[in-house]
Write a protein that binds this ligand. Structure first.
Ligand code: PLP
Length: 269
Protein backbone atom coordinates (compact mmCIF):
# COMPACT_ATOMS: atom_id res chain seq x y z
CA UNK A 1 0.00 0.00 0.00
CA UNK A 2 1.14 3.57 -0.70
CA UNK A 3 0.07 6.85 0.86
CA UNK A 4 -2.44 8.88 -1.12
CA UNK A 5 -4.62 11.90 -0.60
CA UNK A 6 -7.24 11.28 -3.26
CA UNK A 7 -10.74 10.39 -2.18
CA UNK A 8 -12.66 7.33 -3.26
CA UNK A 9 -14.98 7.66 -6.25
CA UNK A 10 -18.16 5.83 -5.30
CA UNK A 11 -20.24 4.36 -8.06
CA UNK A 12 -23.72 5.61 -7.41
CA UNK A 13 -25.22 3.92 -10.45
CA UNK A 14 -24.69 0.40 -9.23
CA UNK A 15 -27.34 -1.43 -7.27
CA UNK A 16 -26.97 -0.41 -3.66
CA UNK A 17 -25.81 -3.57 -1.92
CA UNK A 18 -26.79 -2.28 1.48
CA UNK A 19 -30.44 -1.85 0.50
CA UNK A 20 -30.99 -4.33 -2.37
CA UNK A 21 -29.78 -7.45 -0.58
CA UNK A 22 -31.10 -8.29 2.89
CA UNK A 23 -28.68 -9.52 5.54
CA UNK A 24 -29.23 -11.73 8.54
CA UNK A 25 -26.97 -9.69 10.83
CA UNK A 26 -24.80 -12.69 11.68
CA UNK A 27 -21.48 -11.18 10.61
CA UNK A 28 -19.31 -8.95 12.81
CA UNK A 29 -18.52 -5.92 10.65
CA UNK A 30 -16.46 -3.97 9.86
CA UNK A 31 -13.41 -6.14 10.44
CA UNK A 32 -10.20 -4.24 11.29
CA UNK A 33 -7.64 -3.34 8.65
CA UNK A 34 -4.44 -3.79 10.58
CA UNK A 35 -0.86 -2.71 9.83
CA UNK A 36 1.82 -5.40 9.81
CA UNK A 37 4.99 -3.38 10.53
CA UNK A 38 7.23 -6.31 11.48
CA UNK A 39 6.45 -8.45 8.44
CA UNK A 40 6.60 -5.36 6.21
CA UNK A 41 10.14 -4.68 7.46
CA UNK A 42 11.15 -8.31 7.08
CA UNK A 43 9.90 -8.32 3.49
CA UNK A 44 12.07 -5.34 2.64
CA UNK A 45 9.94 -2.29 3.29
CA UNK A 46 6.60 -3.06 1.65
CA UNK A 47 3.63 -1.51 3.42
CA UNK A 48 1.65 -4.59 4.39
CA UNK A 49 -1.82 -4.63 5.94
CA UNK A 50 -4.09 -7.48 6.91
CA UNK A 51 -7.88 -7.33 6.60
CA UNK A 52 -8.98 -9.26 9.69
CA UNK A 53 -11.75 -11.35 8.17
CA UNK A 54 -10.80 -14.02 10.70
CA UNK A 55 -12.82 -11.85 13.13
CA UNK A 56 -16.18 -12.07 11.41
CA UNK A 57 -17.78 -14.30 14.08
CA UNK A 58 -19.69 -17.60 13.66
CA UNK A 59 -17.60 -20.35 15.29
CA UNK A 60 -14.15 -18.74 14.95
CA UNK A 61 -14.81 -16.51 11.97
CA UNK A 62 -13.50 -16.50 8.42
CA UNK A 63 -14.60 -15.28 5.01
CA UNK A 64 -17.73 -17.42 5.00
CA UNK A 65 -19.49 -15.29 7.63
CA UNK A 66 -19.74 -12.45 5.12
CA UNK A 67 -21.36 -14.83 2.63
CA UNK A 68 -23.66 -16.36 5.25
CA UNK A 69 -24.80 -12.91 6.34
CA UNK A 70 -26.57 -12.65 2.94
CA UNK A 71 -27.26 -16.34 2.28
CA UNK A 72 -28.99 -16.90 5.62
CA UNK A 73 -31.27 -13.93 4.90
CA UNK A 74 -32.20 -15.79 1.70
CA UNK A 75 -32.74 -18.98 3.70
CA UNK A 76 -35.13 -17.14 6.02
CA UNK A 77 -36.84 -15.49 3.06
CA UNK A 78 -37.47 -18.93 1.53
CA UNK A 79 -38.88 -20.04 4.90
CA UNK A 80 -36.52 -22.99 5.05
CA UNK A 81 -36.07 -24.89 8.25
CA UNK A 82 -33.02 -26.92 7.32
CA UNK A 83 -29.85 -26.02 5.40
CA UNK A 84 -28.02 -28.65 3.37
CA UNK A 85 -24.51 -28.10 2.06
CA UNK A 86 -21.34 -30.00 1.31
CA UNK A 87 -17.56 -29.81 1.42
CA UNK A 88 -14.41 -31.60 2.58
CA UNK A 89 -14.34 -33.14 6.06
CA UNK A 90 -12.37 -30.14 7.36
CA UNK A 91 -14.38 -27.54 5.44
CA UNK A 92 -14.49 -24.05 6.97
CA UNK A 93 -17.60 -23.35 4.92
CA UNK A 94 -19.46 -26.31 6.44
CA UNK A 95 -18.41 -25.40 9.99
CA UNK A 96 -19.59 -21.81 9.60
CA UNK A 97 -22.82 -22.83 7.84
CA UNK A 98 -23.58 -25.17 10.75
CA UNK A 99 -22.96 -22.30 13.20
CA UNK A 100 -25.12 -19.87 11.20
CA UNK A 101 -27.99 -22.35 10.89
CA UNK A 102 -27.91 -23.15 14.60
CA UNK A 103 -27.85 -19.50 15.52
CA UNK A 104 -31.08 -19.01 13.56
CA UNK A 105 -32.68 -22.15 15.01
CA UNK A 106 -32.38 -24.12 11.76
CA UNK A 107 -31.09 -27.64 11.20
CA UNK A 108 -27.70 -27.92 9.45
CA UNK A 109 -27.09 -31.01 7.30
CA UNK A 110 -23.52 -31.47 6.04
CA UNK A 111 -22.43 -33.87 3.31
CA UNK A 112 -18.72 -34.28 3.96
CA UNK A 113 -16.25 -35.79 1.52
CA UNK A 114 -13.34 -37.75 2.82
CA UNK A 115 -10.34 -38.21 0.55
CA UNK A 116 -8.70 -41.63 0.70
CA UNK A 117 -5.56 -41.62 2.84
CA UNK A 118 -6.47 -38.54 4.90
CA UNK A 119 -6.87 -38.90 8.71
CA UNK A 120 -10.31 -39.94 10.00
CA UNK A 121 -10.04 -38.48 13.54
CA UNK A 122 -12.94 -36.33 14.65
CA UNK A 123 -10.93 -33.16 15.25
CA UNK A 124 -10.72 -29.57 13.98
CA UNK A 125 -13.74 -28.45 11.98
CA UNK A 126 -15.26 -31.93 11.99
CA UNK A 127 -15.31 -31.88 15.79
CA UNK A 128 -16.84 -28.39 15.76
CA UNK A 129 -19.50 -29.56 13.28
CA UNK A 130 -20.59 -32.24 15.70
CA UNK A 131 -20.44 -29.91 18.72
CA UNK A 132 -22.70 -27.56 16.74
CA UNK A 133 -25.13 -30.45 16.34
CA UNK A 134 -24.93 -30.71 12.55
CA UNK A 135 -26.35 -33.82 10.94
CA UNK A 136 -23.35 -35.28 9.13
CA UNK A 137 -23.17 -37.69 6.16
CA UNK A 138 -19.64 -38.73 5.31
CA UNK A 139 -18.79 -40.01 1.85
CA UNK A 140 -15.55 -41.42 0.43
CA UNK A 141 -14.32 -39.35 -2.50
CA UNK A 142 -13.01 -41.10 -5.59
CA UNK A 143 -9.39 -40.33 -6.40
CA UNK A 144 -9.02 -37.23 -8.58
CA UNK A 145 -12.72 -36.32 -8.38
CA UNK A 146 -13.72 -32.75 -7.52
CA UNK A 147 -16.87 -32.08 -5.48
CA UNK A 148 -17.01 -28.38 -6.28
CA UNK A 149 -20.06 -28.30 -8.52
CA UNK A 150 -23.55 -29.50 -7.72
CA UNK A 151 -23.35 -32.31 -10.33
CA UNK A 152 -20.92 -34.15 -8.06
CA UNK A 153 -23.45 -34.40 -5.25
CA UNK A 154 -26.72 -34.56 -7.17
CA UNK A 155 -27.56 -38.11 -6.18
CA UNK A 156 -26.99 -37.79 -2.45
CA UNK A 157 -28.56 -34.33 -2.37
CA UNK A 158 -31.72 -35.75 -3.90
CA UNK A 159 -31.93 -38.41 -1.19
CA UNK A 160 -31.29 -35.95 1.65
CA UNK A 161 -33.82 -33.44 0.26
CA UNK A 162 -36.46 -36.18 -0.07
CA UNK A 163 -35.81 -37.31 3.51
CA UNK A 164 -36.19 -33.75 4.75
CA UNK A 165 -39.45 -33.21 2.86
CA UNK A 166 -40.83 -36.51 4.15
CA UNK A 167 -40.03 -35.29 7.68
CA UNK A 168 -42.12 -32.17 6.94
CA UNK A 169 -39.15 -29.81 6.57
CA UNK A 170 -38.45 -27.25 3.85
CA UNK A 171 -34.72 -27.67 3.02
CA UNK A 172 -32.47 -24.97 1.49
CA UNK A 173 -29.60 -26.25 -0.65
CA UNK A 174 -26.63 -23.93 -0.12
CA UNK A 175 -23.91 -24.37 -2.79
CA UNK A 176 -20.42 -25.37 -1.67
CA UNK A 177 -18.47 -22.37 -0.42
CA UNK A 178 -21.60 -20.26 -1.00
CA UNK A 179 -20.14 -19.68 -4.44
CA UNK A 180 -21.91 -20.93 -7.57
CA UNK A 181 -25.41 -19.73 -8.22
CA UNK A 182 -27.00 -23.14 -7.84
CA UNK A 183 -29.24 -25.15 -5.50
CA UNK A 184 -31.61 -22.79 -3.68
CA UNK A 185 -29.34 -19.72 -4.08
CA UNK A 186 -30.61 -17.73 -7.06
CA UNK A 187 -28.19 -14.78 -6.82
CA UNK A 188 -24.38 -14.71 -6.51
CA UNK A 189 -24.57 -13.72 -2.84
CA UNK A 190 -21.18 -15.24 -1.99
CA UNK A 191 -19.52 -12.68 -4.28
CA UNK A 192 -21.79 -9.71 -3.62
CA UNK A 193 -20.69 -9.70 0.03
CA UNK A 194 -17.07 -9.28 -1.11
CA UNK A 195 -17.96 -6.39 -3.40
CA UNK A 196 -19.19 -4.81 -0.20
CA UNK A 197 -16.03 -5.88 1.66
CA UNK A 198 -13.94 -3.93 -0.86
CA UNK A 199 -16.05 -0.88 -0.25
CA UNK A 200 -15.47 -1.32 3.51
CA UNK A 201 -11.73 -1.80 3.05
CA UNK A 202 -11.22 1.13 0.69
CA UNK A 203 -12.91 3.43 3.21
CA UNK A 204 -10.57 2.15 5.93
CA UNK A 205 -7.52 2.56 3.71
CA UNK A 206 -8.58 6.09 2.92
CA UNK A 207 -8.87 6.85 6.63
CA UNK A 208 -5.29 5.55 7.01
CA UNK A 209 -4.23 7.67 4.03
CA UNK A 210 -2.95 4.69 2.06
CA UNK A 211 -3.64 3.46 -1.45
CA UNK A 212 -3.95 -0.29 -1.98
CA UNK A 213 -1.89 -1.69 -4.88
CA UNK A 214 -2.29 -5.44 -4.36
CA UNK A 215 -4.75 -7.59 -2.51
CA UNK A 216 -3.62 -11.17 -1.93
CA UNK A 217 -6.19 -13.75 -0.84
CA UNK A 218 -6.84 -17.48 -0.66
CA UNK A 219 -9.16 -18.92 -3.31
CA UNK A 220 -11.15 -22.11 -2.87
CA UNK A 221 -14.60 -22.13 -4.45
CA UNK A 222 -14.05 -18.79 -6.19
CA UNK A 223 -16.68 -16.30 -5.02
CA UNK A 224 -14.46 -14.37 -2.61
CA UNK A 225 -12.08 -13.60 -5.46
CA UNK A 226 -14.94 -12.89 -7.88
CA UNK A 227 -16.46 -10.39 -5.44
CA UNK A 228 -13.08 -8.76 -4.86
CA UNK A 229 -12.50 -8.44 -8.61
CA UNK A 230 -15.89 -6.81 -9.16
CA UNK A 231 -15.48 -4.61 -6.08
CA UNK A 232 -12.02 -3.50 -7.14
CA UNK A 233 -13.22 -2.70 -10.66
CA UNK A 234 -15.94 -0.50 -9.18
CA UNK A 235 -14.24 1.15 -6.23
CA UNK A 236 -10.46 0.97 -6.66
CA UNK A 237 -9.47 -0.06 -10.21
CA UNK A 238 -5.74 0.29 -9.46
CA UNK A 239 -5.85 -2.71 -7.10
CA UNK A 240 -4.53 -5.95 -8.49
CA UNK A 241 -6.29 -8.98 -6.95
CA UNK A 242 -3.98 -11.98 -6.52
CA UNK A 243 -5.73 -15.24 -5.64
CA UNK A 244 -3.78 -18.20 -4.33
CA UNK A 245 -5.62 -21.43 -5.02
CA UNK A 246 -5.97 -23.68 -1.99
CA UNK A 247 -7.10 -26.75 -3.95
CA UNK A 248 -7.96 -26.54 -7.66
CA UNK A 249 -5.47 -26.19 -10.53
CA UNK A 250 -5.07 -22.82 -12.26
CA UNK A 251 -7.33 -23.66 -15.21
CA UNK A 252 -10.19 -24.95 -13.06
CA UNK A 253 -10.11 -22.19 -10.45
CA UNK A 254 -9.84 -19.54 -13.18
CA UNK A 255 -13.01 -20.95 -14.75
CA UNK A 256 -14.84 -20.83 -11.39
CA UNK A 257 -13.74 -17.26 -10.68
CA UNK A 258 -14.53 -16.12 -14.21
CA UNK A 259 -18.05 -17.61 -14.17
CA UNK A 260 -18.93 -16.06 -10.81
CA UNK A 261 -17.34 -12.70 -11.72
CA UNK A 262 -19.45 -12.42 -14.90
CA UNK A 263 -22.61 -13.39 -13.03
CA UNK A 264 -21.90 -10.78 -10.35
CA UNK A 265 -21.36 -7.99 -12.90
CA UNK A 266 -24.68 -8.95 -14.50
CA UNK A 267 -26.48 -9.07 -11.16
CA UNK A 268 -25.26 -5.62 -10.14
CA UNK A 269 -26.07 -4.16 -13.57
C1 PLP B 1 -10.32 -19.08 5.46
C2 PLP B 1 -10.62 -19.15 3.99
N1 PLP B 1 -10.19 -18.15 3.18
C3 PLP B 1 -10.48 -18.16 1.88
C4 PLP B 1 -11.20 -19.20 1.30
C5 PLP B 1 -11.53 -19.15 -0.15
O1 PLP B 1 -12.83 -18.65 -0.35
P1 PLP B 1 -13.69 -19.05 -1.60
O2 PLP B 1 -14.25 -20.41 -1.31
O3 PLP B 1 -14.74 -18.02 -1.70
O4 PLP B 1 -12.79 -19.09 -2.78
C6 PLP B 1 -11.63 -20.26 2.11
C7 PLP B 1 -12.39 -21.39 1.56
O5 PLP B 1 -12.07 -22.06 0.67
C8 PLP B 1 -11.34 -20.23 3.49
O6 PLP B 1 -11.77 -21.21 4.28
Amino acid sequence: MRSVNSSVMWKESLKDITTEYPRSGLCHLPTPLERMPNLSRKLGGVNLFIKRDDQTGLAFGGNKSRKLDFIMADVLDQKADSVITWGGTQSNWCRQTAAAARKLGLKPILILFKRAGLPTECDGNLLLDSILGAEIRTIELEQGKSFMEIRAVEEILKTVVEEERRAGNNPYIAPIGGSFQEGSMKKPLGAICYVDAIREMVKQAEAEDVRIDYLVQATGSGSTQAGLIVGAKLFCPQVRIVGISACEDLKTISRFVDTITRRTFEELD
